[in-house]
Write a protein that binds this ligand. Structure first.
Ligand code: NAD
Length: 317
């Protein structure tokens, strides 16, 4: 196996990786696979400590989780969020509503939760059934309880560099970069996807002075996205297209972060499907310096950082 040259954007003398045996300066193939489980466990441990401290002040953090309907993927996401809450000692107020719940009813429930001093955060699991306007629902959540960070006030604060809730998945991407000492300062970052919950907030986080990356967003209108991706020191795939990023789209030594969570049919799997990311893992691992797995990567960060957003809300920071 050939030794790969140190990527030029990894400046000498930078911090060493926290993974034993892996060194920024002696990178050899294949990619370091990011251990989302370990990172998430550390975040959960820290969340449990923060929860205990709040308990000493007589505060019991509480997140209201609203699920409308029984979309299987949503049920699974809500389940993993509620398990993480329970493990940490944060109360989960579980609100399940039938798929035909009128929009007005949902708005009234949110208004009541906004007024409830014992509820610190409100999360409405998306997507919502077609008759409910998602934007109207997101707008109804009080910005002080908007722990998902989807409210326009939260997004505006992020863009303006002000304090406020930041969506958990982009936060998770940044957390991975930081924990693995992947430098963003001066790096070229390319994001595939321009959604309000991943691509755009992530671009805002990366261009902030404390990240200092030069950011390009690719989307369905981008001409020759492969050549744009090949310029990336940090390539983040959040397009919702299984296996979209192949090795020929990746610069040697890049850090590749796979946000995609896609269900693809698999007759051999018990459930008839398996989860696949937006990155062709096997080919890209031979070229990248760092790569996140799916599952076991960004998704775990999202859930763990939600806990911290709820704790921020409970602490009133
Ligand atoms: P979305 O459908 O709202 O947005 C996808 C974006 O990708 C769009 O802006 C579109 O322009 C762009 N896009 C689509 N095809 C493209 C292509 N071929 N090249 C370049 N851009 C392309 O999706 P989303 O909600 O942002 O989610 C994206 C993916 O991330 C999905 O797979 C989703 O399941 C996953 N996701 C994961 C987490 C997590 O916790 N890991 C959280 C949220 C979303």
């Amino acid at each position: 196996m050939k030794n790969r040259k140190r990527p030029p954007w990894l400046h000498a003398g930078g911090p060493s990786l926290f993974i034993p045996g892996a060194s920024v300066l002696e990178k050899s193939m294949p990619a370091v696979i990011i251990d989302g489980k370990a990172l998430a466990q550390r975040l959960r441990d820290r969340a449990a400590e923060r929860t205990k401290k709040l308990a000493e002040r007589g505060i019991k953090p509480c997140l209201a989780v609203i699920l409308v309907g029984e979309d299987p993927a949503s049920l699974s996401y809500v389940g993993s969020k509620e398990r993480a809450l329970a493990e940490t000692g944060i109360s989960g107020l579980d609100i399940r509503l039938p798929a035909d719940t009128p929009e007005d009813t949902l708005l009234r429930r949110i208004a009541a939760l906004n007024e409830d001093p014992l509820v610190h955060g409100i999360l409405v699991q998306l997507p919502l059934p077609g008759h409910i306007h998602e934007e109207k629902i997101i707008m109804a959540i009080a910005p002080a309880k908007d722990v998902d960070g989807f409210h326009p006030v939260s997004l505006g604060n992020l863009m303006a560099g002000r304090k406020g809730f930041v969506p958990c998945t982009p936060l998770g991407v940044l957390h991975i970069l930081k924990e693995y000492a992947i430098p963003t300062d001066g790096a070229r970052a390319v994001i595939l996807g321009r959604s309000n919950i991943v691509g755009k907030p992530l671009a805002n986080l990366l261009v902030r002075k404390d990240s200092n990356a030069t950011v390009t967003i690719c989307h369905t209108g981008t001409r020759d996205p492969a050549s744009v991706c090949r310029e990336a020191d940090i390539l983040i795939a959040a397009a919702g297209q299984p296996g979209l990023v192949s090795a020929d789209m990746v610069k040697e030594g890049a850090a590749v972060i796979d946000v995609g969570i896609n269900r693809v049919p698999d007759p051999e799997a018990k459930k008839g499907y398996r989860i696949r990311g937006d990155v062709d893992f096997e080919s890209v691992r031979e070229k990248a310096a760092f790569l996140t797995p799916v599952p076991g990567g960004v998704g775990l960060m999202t859930v763990a950082l939600l806990l911290h957003n709820v704790l921020d809300a409970a602490e009133g920071v």
